[in-house]
Design a protein around this ligand. Structure first.
Ligand code: UDP
Length: 322
């Protein structure tokens, strides 16, 4: 198939592009390189330097002679903390940007969309593991934008026959197990890249945000999902919505939880680096524990995480950072 991957030069986008190429698809990456990197591009995929706010450019690309079968939409701002300080940026990039993509897709007759959603749509967990029936009450503006987009998608599905897969990612982590992707995220806000930067001395020390949570070791527990597993979920989900002519909303998670301290210990073991850290205040809006139920993804798609054990996540990350 001909696939347009919007945001395909980013950390997750490059892994998704690699997976579509590996499965024999023809890929075009559309990215403004605001956080994506040229080094994340592949010679087998055409690259278009473009912005999702430029409607004319989107339309021109989508109407091109290739005739895209599907759009994979990964272009978004993703720092939950920042979204609370600068909601304008998140409304514009996430909500307005997606509306442009959807309108251009309608105008050019592209019917299939895979959308990067997030577990942030759920907010404070009312029970664990979190399945797709869990109430959606986002705690931060970032999660709100993802939920709003899901609502818009469901209307476009009803009104314009758009088929979509909304994939609710838990904590994406790790790097390509075959070592083909090496672009480092700039100014990361997530735990594992911060630990990696501390291990290689880019940072002097890292902070553990709270060690007085109601968990075994007092630090927060999250469901880390290897980015290769996330990527394979996109290929399988697209296949599913096309074959079944049906839209879906599914979690992609590993169904296991690791605490901040456990991640730190495993990284110290794998890297042999001391990784200085100090205990800091809790970060506002952080639930103690988040784990996914991914049984719907298994039931519908036969998808299951294969590379998401913490050792593989840390090894593949260190492979790039060291
Ligand atoms: N965390 C931390 N120190 C950091 C960054 C993150 O202790 O410098 C913790 C954070 O409080 C959370 C977990 O690591 O419990 C994962 O945070 P991240 O920002 O990676 O993802 P989130 O769960 O917020 O989506």
């Amino acid at each position: 198939m001909n696939i347009l991957i919007i945001g395909g030069a980013g950390y997750i986008g490059s892994h998704v592009t690699r997976e579509f190429l590996d499965n024999g698809h023809s890929c075009t990456v559309y990215d403004n390189l605001s956080s994506g990197l040229r080094e994340n591009l592949f010679s087998q995929a055409e690259f278009i330097h473009g912005d999702i706010h430029d409607y004319c450019s989107l339309l021109e690309v989508m109407k091109n002679k290739k005739g895209f079968d599907a759009i994979i939409h990964l272009a978004a701002s993703k720092a939950a903390g920042e979204s609370m300080l600068n909601p304008q940026k998140y409304s514009r990039n996430n909500i307005c940007g997606t509306i442009n993509i959807l309108n251009a897709a309608c105008e050019s007759g592209i019917k299939n969309i895979v959308f990067s959603s997030s577990a942030a749509v759920y907010g404070e967990p009312q029970y664990l593991p979190i399945d797709e029936k869990h109430p959606t009450v986002p705690e931060n503006f970032y999660g709100f934008t993802k939920l709003e987009i899901e609502r818009i998608l469901s209307w476009y599905c009803k009104l314009k026959n758009i088929r979509y897969a909304s994939l609710r990612y838990f904590n994406a982590a790790g790097y390509d197990v075959k070592g083909r992707i090496k672009g480092l995220e700039q100014n990361p806000a997530n735990l594992i890249p911060i630990i990696m930067e501390t291990a290689c001395g880019i940072r002097k020390e890292m902070k553990i945000f709270g060690d007085d949570y109601d968990t075994q070791d007092g630090s927060c527990i999250r469901d880390y999902i290897h980015v290769n597993d996330l990527a394979s979920g996109h290929v399988i989900a697209l296949d599913y919505i096309i074959k079944n002519n049906k839209s879906i909303v599914v979690n992609l998670g590993s169904e296991t939880g690791s605490s901040v301290k456990e991640v730190l210990d495993i990284t110290r073991n794998e890297t042999g680096k001391p990784i200085p850290c100090k205990i800091a205040e809790r970060r506002p809006g952080d639930p103690a524990k988040l784990t996914a139920s991914a049984s719907l993804a298994f039931e519908l798609l036969g998808w299951k995480a294969k590379h998401s054990d913490m050792k593989t996540i840390i090894k593949t990350s260190w492979n790039v950072y060291k």
